[in-house]
Design a protein. Structure first.
Length: 414
């Protein structure tokens, strides 16, 4: 759990904060554990996986967010099921430990000018992706709100944010922000059981309430486009026999010190299900990124395909050439067949929910089943998706960089 640096000014504003907060090991409330930085690296701490409340798209569609008369505010149900009153169209927003939200907010608003603070892990992804090319002003966003792993509340307050987006699983941080007089809106990466499409739909639905000048049209377009892609892929893989379903191993983080996969309770399981594949590590019970594995387990699973995320700097050729520590990949089927792939890095690391989820879905389906999805032109679809949904014109070079990402994007600091 993050400890919080509070100077005298912040202490006066947060007088109700108990003295033992920094030593607290887990937060009570929704039943979720307090966030760790490693959890945040996957898009924020794992929140409750039970589906409750209206949230996001549902709220945008049924007016769950209600504007206060003449006050320039709107009351929304955030993704920790809290009623929060925020300014309409806030001009100063900060994003803490829900890393993909900085990119999602920037693309949704078609500008990073209202973003006053973000964490270094988000900034490094921005620097090594097309996000900083499309919105160069994002490179000026403050990242000094952290001191080591600690959130400097006084530094955050000095930036005068009107709204602070924070992981729904980090109860302690939410309370700290509230006690400091800041408006916290909780965002969850895991409330919908790591369903990347549903989660991004909920995020855009919530943003549509807070930023009504963008209207609900964009949120609806996101939902419609993503749903069409998902349904089309499911229609093709639904007839696959069990023995024809490919076994896929996700390496969320991998270097000479650790090998972390996606077990049943992380985004990798959803990605596998979404393209009709088997998750090689489905038997691993660890929640979120808490799923370390060994080469012996990899040998026993012998996956057909290996997918490397952008939360690691490891590249496919590192496995193909046995260049990571003393690990020997030469007998693993995916390596023998040359089927080791690095996930795209669009406007953020595509393993998590975000702007690039529907495009990543197409990309993964084609990598896992090249014969079945040989007719897909993923790069052309990327161009049309960004143009039609977000009004963004991508160059050929930018598209190429998305699908051939700089491994430096795997660093979680800048």
């Amino acid at each position: 759990m993050k400890k919080h640096i509070l100077t005298l000014a912040a202490v006066l504003l947060a007088s109700s904060l108990t003295l033992n907060l920094a030593a607290c090991g887990a937060a009570a409330g929704t039943g979720a554990s307090g966030s760790t930085q490693a959890d945040a690296a996957a898009g924020g701490a794992a929140g409750s996986t039970a589906e409750s409340g209206t949230g996001g798209v549902a709220a945008a569609g049924n007016s769950a967010g209600s504007a206060a008369e003449g006050a320039g505010t709107v009351t929304v149900t955030d993704e920790a099921d809290r009623q929060v009153t925020v300014p309409v169209n806030p001009e100063r927003a900060a994003v803490l430990d829900i890393y993909p939200m900085a990119a999602a907010l920037t693309v949704y608003l078609n500008s990073a000018k209202s973003l006053v603070a973000m964490e270094p892990a988000s900034m490094n992804a921005a620097k090594n992706s097309v996000l900083s090319e499309l919105y160069p002003e994002i490179l000026d966003v403050d990242t000094d709100i952290l001191s080591g792993n600690d959130v400097n509340v006084e530094a955050l307050m000095a930036l005068d944010p009107q709204v602070v987006f924070v992981s729904a699983g980090n109860d302690a941080e939410i309370k700290t922000l509230e006690n400091a007089g800041l408006t916290a809106v909780a965002i969850s990466p895991s409330k919908w059981d790591y369903d990347c499409i549903r989660t991004y739909e909920e995020w855009t639905g919530l943003l549509a309430q807070i930023y009504p000048d963008r209207g609900e049209d964009r949120a609806k377009k996101v939902s419609g486009y993503s749903g069409e892609k998902y349904d089309a892929i499911q229609a093709k893989v639904s007839g696959l026999a069990d023995e024809d379903r490919q076994k896929v191993l996700f390496l969320f983080q991998y270097d000479d010190q650790q090998m972390i996969t996606s077990g049943k309770h992380f985004f990798g399981q959803w990605w596998c299900d979404a393209v009709g594949a088997k998750n090689a590590a489905e038997e691993i019970a660890g929640e979120n990124r808490n799923a370390p594995i060994t080469m012996e387990q990899v040998y026993s699973w012998n996956p057909d395909v290996i997918i490397l995320t952008n939360f690691t700097q490891t590249k496919p050729e590192d496995l193909l050439n046995n260049a990571v520590g003393s690990d020997d990949w030469s007998t693993v089927k995916a390596v023998r067949d040359g089927r080791v792939y690095k996930m795209p890095l669009g406007t953020y690391r595509s393993y998590t929910p975000g702007v690039d989820t529907p495009i990543t879905l197409e990309w993964l389906a084609q990598k896992v089943y090249p014969d079945l999805f040989g007719d897909l032109d993923v790069k052309a679809d990327t161009v049309s998706y960004y143009r039609d949904i977000y009004g963004i014109t991508l160059t050929d070079q930018q598209v190429e960089s998305m699908f051939n990402p700089d491994p430096s994007g795997g660093k979680l600091n800048n």
